[in-house]
Design a protein around this ligand. Structure first.
Ligand SMILES: [Zn+2]
Length: 124
């Protein structure tokens, strides 16, 4: 009986250590960047989710009743390549690459933001 108890304690200790390692890896996540995603919002509502922005550069044209923005994503970066808005602030804003950052095109009510692993609690 004692022997059984001891071996099950060791088993629990091993399980505990494994869980601990998974937790530590989850918190630090060295591969976090490869999971970066981006969201395109129009009028505060989700227009499109770019699931993975770590791959090769891709271009997407967002046309709404406000106007057209050409959004480029890839290599863990997102930027607005061109826009027919008046002020061109979104084009001049440049590239964003970190979760939480966003490019805003006020005349077109467009927001492009990068979200990390946690998408639900990132604010604009
Ligand atoms: Zn703009």
């Amino acid at each position: 009986m004692l022997k059984v108890l001891r071996s099950s304690n060791i088993l629990w200790a091993i399980v505990f250590v494994i869980i601990l390692i998974i937790c530590i890896l989850w918190i630090y996540m060295p591969w976090k960047d490869s999971f970066a995603a981006a969201e395109i919002l129009v009028d505060g509502e989700l227009y499109m989710t770019l699931d993975d922005i770590s791959g090769a550069e891709k271009e997407i044209t967002v046309t709404t009743s406000y106007g057209t923005n050409v959004v480029v994503y890839g290599n863990n970066e997102v930027y607005v390549r061109s826009s027919d808005c008046k002020n061109q602030t979104c084009v001049n804003f440049g590239k964003i690459s970190k979760p939480g950052q966003s490019v805003i095109c006020a005349p077109h009510r467009l927001t492009v933001r990068i979200c990390g692993a946690k998408t639900s609690d990132t604010d604009i």
